[in-house]
Design a protein around this ligand. Sequence first.
Ligand code: FEO
Length: 395
Amino acid sequence: MKPIQIAEGIYHVGVNDWNIEDFHGYSTPLGTTYNAFLIVDEKNVLIDTVKAEFGDRLIANISQVVDPHSIDMVISNHTEMDHTGSLARIMHLIGEDKPLYCSKMGAKNIKQHFSNKFNYQPVKNGQTLEIGRRSLTFLETRMLHWPDSMFTYVNQDRILFSSDAFGQHYAGFEIYDDVVGGKIMWHARKYFANILMLYSPLILKLLAKVKEMNLEIEMICPDHGILWRKNPASIIEAYQRWSNQVAEDKAVVVYDTMWHSTEKMADAIAEGIADQQVEVRPMYLRKWHRSDIMTDVIDAEAVVVGSPTLNNGLVPTVSDFLTYMKGLKPVGKLGAAFGSYGWSGESVKLINKALEEMKFEVIQSPMRVQFVPGKDDLESAYEFGCDIGRRIKES
Ligand code: FEO
């Protein structure tokens, strides 16, 4: 990707990572981007850097706009290494005495990652920095999604550099919402569901704070994916909805199977749910990645989980999914368990226990079948699904 002028004197100098497939447990089939931005003013400012292995490309992009040595200061909105992997190299190139603006926690974290020697300039929430024709205002966004996270707002251009927030793991030459089109919202939802959902209460507070500040926003520039220039309000509204975890009449049936018995139960349960006019999709864990399932869980009223009993426990894919979902803290869901077994049959109890730990409202009579479900068992599974569907409609 070449540098792209996104506003007069403001450039996107980040890079596409086409080949990344897995972002610590999150599937990224379309790759991602590491966005970095250069403001050319009386002071030249670099906002964020890129993953270490893309440092050459970042420097090449900057060099097409200005001599990198002319960068007067760097702003680090977030310490995670997809945005600071090239920071030490940039600081070394431009001069380690040049100021490095970041939050107080950012200074602490960057020191622990890289170097004590940089000229740290910790900033406070609302602090403003003059850089010539423009001034920048910093907004602390602690725990969104790290303790160091912050935003940088360009007052004159009304551009918000939002670090990870409002991002998507989507690599492409189309860098704007109006160019890529509506499909980007699914990627933004996946990103929210897998990275930010657990911080929903904090996001609601942040959105309220931004509203109070009457911050006019013409463009939102996250550190991953496309920039929101046509309709930045659309992603803010979506964050409001997702943070409230507003549920639809929808269920997700997540399962693994050994000899198709739990699969047959999953299909019958889903059919029962669907017959109550509730949207439902059986999601087989060997087909669907956990991060894609979470993208559906976010607005589902019910999560129904199935596993055969294996070695007195759960099939590993189901354990993996439950652990992953627990960490992301979905709230207000109805939960239910099902599964086949041979002789001991612990799986449904273990699933119910896990769902209770997540504070789901759990149906206390899980659906369990020994070995292979017969006609009556499948009718019971269908009725189990109908019951779940009715509860969803009533809620
Ligand atoms: Fe994109 Fe939290 O790093």
